[in-house]
Design a protein around this ligand. Sequence first.
Ligand SMILES: Cc1cc2nc3c(=O)[nH]c(=O)nc-3n(C[C@H](O)[C@H](O)[C@H](O)COP(=O)(O)OP(=O)(O)OC[C@H]3O[C@@H](n4cnc5c(N)ncnc54)[C@H](O)[C@@H]3O)c2cc1C
Length: 479
Amino acid sequence: MSESVGASPQHSGASATMRGRQVVIVGGGPAGYEAALVARQLASEVTLVERQGVGGAAVLTDVVPSKTLIATAEWRSVIESADELGVHLDGATALPVDLGEVNARVRGLAAQQSADIRARLEREGVRVFDGAGRIVTAGVVQATAADGAESELDADVILVATGASPRVLSSARPDGERILTWTQLYSLTELPERLIVVGSGVTGAEFAGAFGALGCDVVLISSRDRVLPGEDPDAAALIEEAFRRRGMRVLSRSRAAAAERRGDSVVVTLEDGREVTGSHCLMAVGGVPNSAGLGLEEAGVALTRSGHVQVDRVSRTTVPQIYAAGDVTGVLPLASVAATQGRIAMWHALGDAVAPLDTRNVPANVFTAPEIATVGISAAAAAEHGARATTVPLARNARAKMQGIHEGFIKIIARDGDGTVLGGVVVGPRASEFIHVLTLAVTTRVTVDQLASAMTIYPSLSGSMAEAARQLHAAPSQR
Ligand SMILES: Cc1cc2nc3c(=O)[nH]c(=O)nc-3n(C[C@H](O)[C@H](O)[C@H](O)COP(=O)(O)OP(=O)(O)OC[C@H]3O[C@@H](n4cnc5c(N)ncnc54)[C@H](O)[C@@H]3O)c2cc1C
């Protein structure tokens, strides 16, 4: 993420009253480092305290590594349509993947990205303190370096941006060798013979899909009726079908109770007593906020029952000088949202113009093959918003046919009457790039007629976007 994470309005810079304020930021992920850049732009003295590495979990263990791994997996997915397009793999039945090499690239890219962000921060005049931060009072942060040396940092404003960590079940403790969290996958040097993925949310589905594409036998354990329970049901059904078609075993309505090592195997026991055996197990059962031991409650900062820091839409906690942003707040676990919350915190704290966080227009993407990208209201919520949805399958798009794309769709949700675009779903290759058009439409309140009036390239997948918009055109009598 050397580009800025998420979008931000242009701000004019520091007024005389905001100059020289002391800002201490605890946590150097997207929430923390983007906030640091804003605070410097507003002429504050900024210290960023980070215990693991600048860039945070986003860069070192979560977004950057997972999407780099998925970039390799994508190459293997593309090969699926090679035969159909007349490219034969010369009798090769398998294209071996060297996971050691792939993971070395993943770790190298993450380290480089972290170094790039650190260099940028230092260039802008942010002081980076390598160590752990703890709030002593609303005006003092204690920073402890790796060698135990302690410093007291005075602060006019404190930002808590400490992120989250993988949830660990006491009956399935990761050992870093065969029972793994997602942060431990990148030390593997060989593809697991059989990978059991526990959890079919976004993280579980992305890794299950990626390891399947890399050539691994994958069993996906889902406690729900279908994978990706939080996503558009049509999109989730399509992904589950794609998983099964590629040979993945998906165990629905199957809750994992425990995972244990038995020699060189891992056995996952389900709540109904069934056992699933594999060589490795990935526990992808969500995250917990890094809010313990930070001195938050002692300083008067209220936490929610789940341990997240309570914030309002301008990232204020219950203590005036203390702000919080990112995964530690539990607002929406996305790097783009974390970065936006961090920037908003600084604009507000340092007296600049600020618009409160609006989570309605946040685009999100699941990096499976195909990808699922969504923005705005869901099709399920259309009726309660006086809206309707239409879906155009990509299979009937000329470019899709040429490229051997048989699955995927574009769904647009628009208000009845005036046709304002309220939401959308794109399922297809590079849906994460495509969704921007719909994000723009939802954010700027474009109507389906305006969307349809912008000409698209022929042949192109975006032609289906215009087609969906045309389908939602309302006759004058219906407006
Ligand atoms: C596998 C996976 C893939 C993901 N993929 C995507 C994606 O593709 N797109 C997307 O938008 N989001 C993605 N996310 C979510 C994204 O990673 C998070 O939303 C984002 O990292 C949140 O940023 P943050 O700044 O709040 O915290 P983090 O990135 O977690 O950074 C917090 C930092 O604070 C540090 N810290 C904690 N406590 C202290 C302390 N006491 N003192 C000093 N430092 C401390 C930690 O070491 C860490 O470096 C993914 C998440 C996972 C798990």
